[in-house]
Structures are given as structure tokens and as C-alpha cells.
Design a protein around this ligand. Structure first.
Ligand code: GLC
Length: 575
């Protein structure tokens, strides 16, 4: 094993001392001028990341892939996608990151392969092959001269979960795009293939995995029709049939026994929206669980934007009370039993600045959102570009979103339901995950400094010309970027980290509809107060302020124990 992190303690649960950063490799930085981000580009920005203060990277998938779902459709787990570089480049990335005290977890896609993976090709070619048993093949239902899918389930990308093979009676199962057939984890041979792959990367020196779509590894293999209400195509969105089912935990315990427990690695599973905090302990309880942390989606859409095509802009408002309830519930359930991640958004969500912040108060709201997140109990993850206040796009037509297969299918489905292109574009500008997948804005120069060639990815957000870029942010002492850097430095100080991990934590004034405020009580008391509104609001406060550690306005208005909070004003205080 080539673990070689010289500048860090080899602490067991290193994620409790980490600030993470999520890289979407296609749009982070192009190192070879071909217009697409790559590993050389990431290597070239490792100093930037170290200086920002992060010490853990989650890199979205980098393996060979036909890129139907931007790398989540893997055609070879052992080879780096040539558009991102070579296996040698990956080795170099690990070494260079480790030299700088930065650990790397890779995105491991386990629920499905690409239909171009040799296993699936073999499975199609030879019905008697071992590979055939890695996937779910079922016969369709005959109705007269029509052949219908084996059941009425709908997948995550707006289609049936079944794809007919040519004009035969056979179908295969896929909960994402039709080019991503699900694999069958009940098959022990299949499980061994994944265990081997994980071992390979751990031996190479990776520090762990983000386990993609892990909640879906076990399915209801009766494949009976769902009785939930159907859509206009007779399809039912009954995700319980393929989410968080009991057998899943057997598979993951075996994975832990055979692989994870043998390495100093960090495993974080994407479990999505279908799981309660209580049930999440089945995954991440420190004593009895099978992986280290889980990403839930409960704090990702607390503004009513999900599925909001019929809503007007002014109906989209951050539900501060709901957000606090959810954060509190997860904290109360997990604290001292399980570790948990903290994040506002990732490559599957629109930009948090446009969701809960405000482009009108870009700097103020970016700082307030970050402060709120950073000092809570958990492992914070920054999504690339949030540190410079990147926001949602302003595209003009649905086709601008078509590099995302999920959006492409959704546009077809919305058009079929009678929405016009203007409505659809407006909606996708609000909710699409393409918002998070535009090129990182490094400078005001050519293609925002993302590539020396011609950008071949999603259209760049024009606001890089208005100062939303790394270089301009570096040169402004009061910028979002400089605030992030200072805040992370504070967060990683052993004194504050210790307080956050081990103290009593409580929300202050839970019923305040506009402000998120909380306190860690220990040998010292640490308080965060953050307004989530673009207008003035007030917050009563009865402690004596001993120090202002972070603040995003030039002066403080505190009179008779009441803070006057200007738009998105935030504090980190010692009291
Ligand atoms: C996860 C990924 C998402 C991808 C899906 C299918 O949800 O985060 O980007 O589309 O899995 O792999």
C-alpha cells in the first residue's frame, strides 16, 4: 500500500478532522487543452485546494465510460476514462494530493454498469454465461400482438425500468438510464467482482469511496406490479421497490468484513431521500453499522423547488423552520452514535447560492450559508465553485440541458404533458443539476480560465465576467473565497474541531422563521447566527459576546440584546 500522507496524523476516523471538497472532473479544470476537465487539471489545482484548506476530495467518477450519464455509466472499472487521463495520471494525482495532506475518495458506482461494459456485452451475447446472472433479465408481458415491460415501475430518469432487447421477449432492468443496466447484488459472484475492484483501489492508495446510489443495491425481485397511482404512461414511481431493502445491509456488512475493515478507509454512501435518520443508523452506527457516513437529501430541497414547474418564482422560498427541524432531527439521532456529512449541494442539485441564497446578495449569502454549514457537527463538504459564489445558469432553451440524460428525458416527458419550451427552460434554470456542472470559473479570460482550448462541456455561466471567478476573488480581501479560507482554517483548529465533535449542541430560537442559530457548549461556547433572508430581520440574544470570529458585514448592530440582521448577515461568536 502506498499510503503516504506525511503531513497528517494517521488518525483512525480521519473524516472527523476533514473538510471535504467535491470535484466534478468534467468541468473542474482542463489540463491538456482539449476542452474537457481532466486529472492533470486537478493536479494543477492541488495547491489551490490545499491553500483553501480542504484536506479530503470526493472526485466524481473517472473510469472508462461512454458518458451517457457523465461517467456514472462505467464500462471498465480498472481504467481511467481516456478523456480524463491515464492510470498513471491517477497514481500521480494520489501521490501529489497525499504529499499535500489531502486524502482522496473516489466515486464507486456499484448499482449498475454501462451497457458497454464487457460483462453486459457477454450477458447479451450468451444467455448461459456467468455474466448473464450479474444482471436482471425478465420476459415481457404479451398483450395481443404487443409486448409490454415485465412490470409497471418507473425509474429515476422518467422512463420504465425495463428496456426491451431488440424485438425479443426479453427485457433488462435499469433504474437510471437505459444504458445503465442494474447489477444483481444477490449474486455472490457479482459481489466478489466489486470487492476485488475496491481492494485494487485501496491497494493503490485511495482513501475510501463515495458509494454511488448504494441505497438501491437490493431490489424487490418479485418484480410485481406496483399499486401506487400511475402516470399518464401507466408507470408508477414506487422507489421503495428498489431502495433501502433489508438484504442491502447483508451485502454491505459482507463488504465491510471482506474489504473495508482491512484498510484505513472512509466509506460514505449516497442513500438519498427515502431514508429516515433512525434507519440511517443501520448504515452508519459506529458500533453496528456497515459504512461510515451517509448522504441524505433532506436538506437539499427545503424551498419547494423540487418538481416546481407550476410554481412562480416568488413561491420558492427557503423553509428555514423545516431546514432546522431536519438538521436537528439528524443531529439528535446521530450524535455520538454515527458520523454524518454536511453539505448543501453536489453535482446532482442546482447551486445552493440560487436555492437558499441570493444572487443580489451574492457575497453575503454565500458566506452565511457556508458559516451555517461549516460549524455544525459532521464532515463538511464544499461543492466546487461554491467558494467563489457560483450560481445557477440562465440558459435560453431546453436543449442547453441535454448533455444530462436525466434532463433530456425529463424535457421529453414535460413536453408530452403539454408544457412549452419557455416554461421548461425556466424550470430547469431553477432545478437542473446542469447548474452545478458548468465549468469552474478560474479567471475573467478565455473560457473563464477553464480550458486553453474550446470548452466542450456545458455552457459557461456568463457571470465569470462580472467577478465570479477565482482570480478576482483572490484579489479581493473581502471576497467569498478569502472568507472560506479563513473560516476553514478556524474550523480545522483542534480547539474548535474538538468543541464541535464533542460538545453539547443546540439550536437557538428554533421557531425563528428567518434565522438559523446554534450553539456548541463546552469549555467555551461557540455560536453561529445566520439570517437566511434578503431583508432585514432581528434576533434576540442573551449571552455576552466575548469575541467575533467571523462576520460578513463591516459593523455590528446590537442593541438591548437584539441583533439587527441585514440581508444574510452571519456571525461566528465566542460567548
Ligand atoms: C447518483 C449520482 C448521479 C447519477 C446516479 C446514477 O445519484 O450522484 O449523478 O446520475 O447516481 O449513477
Amino acid at each position: 500500500m502506498t499510503h503516504n500522507i506525511e503531513s497528517m496524523d494517521n488518525v483512525g476516523r480521519f473524516w472527523n478532522e476533514s473538510v471535504g471538497y467535491i470535484i466534478y472532473p468534467e468541468t473542474f479544470k482542463d489540463g491538456n487543452g482539449d476542452g474537457v476537465g481532466d486529472l492533470l487539471g486537478i493536479i494543477s489545482e492541488l495547491d489551490y485546494l490545499r491553500d483553501l484548506g480542504v484536506n479530503l476530495l470526493w472526485i466524481c467518477p473517472i473510469f472508462s465510460s461512454p458518458m451517457d450519464d457523465n461517467g456514472y455509466d462505467v464500462s471498465d472499472y480498472m481504467t481511467i476514462n481516456p478523456m480524463y487521463g491515464t492510470n498513471e495520471d491517477f497514481k500521480k494525482l494520489l501521490d501529489e494530493a497525499h504529499k499535500r495532506g489531502i486524502r482522496i475518495i473516489i466515486d464507486f458506482v456499484l448499482n449498475h454498469t454501462s451497457d458497454e461494459h464487457p460483462w453486459f456485452k457477454k450477458a447479451l451475447e450468451d444467455p448461459n454465461s456467468e455474466e448473464r446472472s450479474y444482471y436482471f433479465f425478465r420476459k415481457g408481458r404479451r398483450e395481443g400482438d404487443k409486448i409490454l415491460p415485465p412490470n409497471n415501475w418507473k425509474g429515476f430518469f422518467s422512463t420504465s425500468v425495463w428496456k426491451q432487447i431488440g424485438d425479443s421477449d426479453d427485457f433488462y432492468f435499469h433504474i437510471f438510464s437505459e444504458k445503465m443496466p442494474d447489477v444483481d447484488w444477490s449474486n455472490p459472484k457479482l459481489r466478489q467482482r466489486y470487492f476485488d475492484t475496491a481492494r485494487h483501489y485501496l491497494e493503490l492508495g485511495v482513501d475510501g469511496f463515495r458509494l454511488d446510489a448504494v441505497a438501491h443495491l437490493a431490489k424487490d425481485t418479485s418484480f410485481e406490479n406496483s399499486s401506487l397511482p400511475c402516470d399518464e404512461n401507466g408507470l408508477c414511481y414506487d422507489t421503495d421497490r428498489f431502495s433501502n431493502r433489508p438484504e442491502l445491509f447483508d451485502y454491505l456488512h459482507e463488504f465491510k468484513r471482506e474489504v473495508f475493515s482491512k484498510y484505513p478507509c472512509f466509506t460514505i454512501g449516497e442513500v438519498g431521500g427515502g431514508i429516515s435518520a433512525e434507519k440511517s443508523l443501520l448504515f452508519s452506527d459506529r458500533e453496528t453499522g456497515c459504512i461510515d457516513e451517509v448522504f441524505n437529501f433532506d436538506t437539499a430541497w427545503c424551498n419547494g423547488a423540487y418538481g416546481s414547474i407550476d410554481k412562480k418564482d416568488d413561491e420558492i422560498k427557503t423553509d428555514v423552520l423545516g431546514l432546522k427541524r431536519s438538521l436537528k432531527h439528524w443531529y439528535d439521532t446521530c450524535h455520538a452514535r454515527a458520523d454524518m456529512p454536511l453539505y448543501w449541494c453536489n453535482h446532482d442539485h442546482p447551486r445552493v447560492l440560487s436555492q437558499y441564497g441570493s444572487t443580489q446578495y451574492r457575497a453575503e449569502s454565500a458566506k452565511a450559508l457556508f458559516t451555517t454549514l461549516l460549524f455544525m457537527y459532521g464532515t463538511p463538504f464544499i461543492y466546487q465553485g461554491d467558494e467563489i459564489g457560483m450560481s445557477n445558469v440562465n440558459y435560453t432553451r431546453p436543449e442547453d440541458f441535454f448533455r444530462d440524460v436525466g434532463n433530456k428525458n425529463e424535457v421529453a416527458s414535460l413536453r408530452a404533458r403539454g408544457y412549452n419550451d419557455e416554461q421548461i427552460t425556466h424550470y430547469l434554470n431553477r432545478v437542473s443539476r446542469v447548474n452545478a456542472r458548468t465549468p469552474m470559473q478560474w479567471t475573467r479570460g478565455h473560457e473563464a480560465g477553464f480550458t486553453e482550448g474550446e470548452n466542450k462541456t456545458n455552457k459557461i455561466n456568463d457571470n465569470y465576467l462580472e467577478g465570479v471567478n477565482v482570480l478576482d476573488e483572490m484579489n479581493n480581501p473581502w471576497s467569498i473565497l478569502n472568507f472560506y479560507q479563513y473560516a476553514i482554517w478556524k474550523r480545522r483548529s483542534p480547539e474548535i474541531n474538538n468543541l464541535i465533535q464533542n460538545s453539547r449542541f443546540q439550536f437557538l430560537d428554533m421557531n425563528h422563521p428567518d434565522v438559523v442559530a446554534y450553539m456548541h457548549e463546552g469549555s467555551e461556547n461557540l455560536v453561529v447566527i445566520a439570517s437566511f433572508r434578503p431583508y432585514q430581520t432581528y434576533f434576540s440574544f442573551y449571552w455576552a459576546v466575548r469575541d467575533v470570529l467571523l462576520h460578513n458585514y463591516a459593523d455590528v448592530i446590537l442593541q438591548d440584546h437584539v441583533f439587527t440582521l441585514r440581508p444574510f448577515e452571519c456571525f461566528l461568536l465566542k460567548v
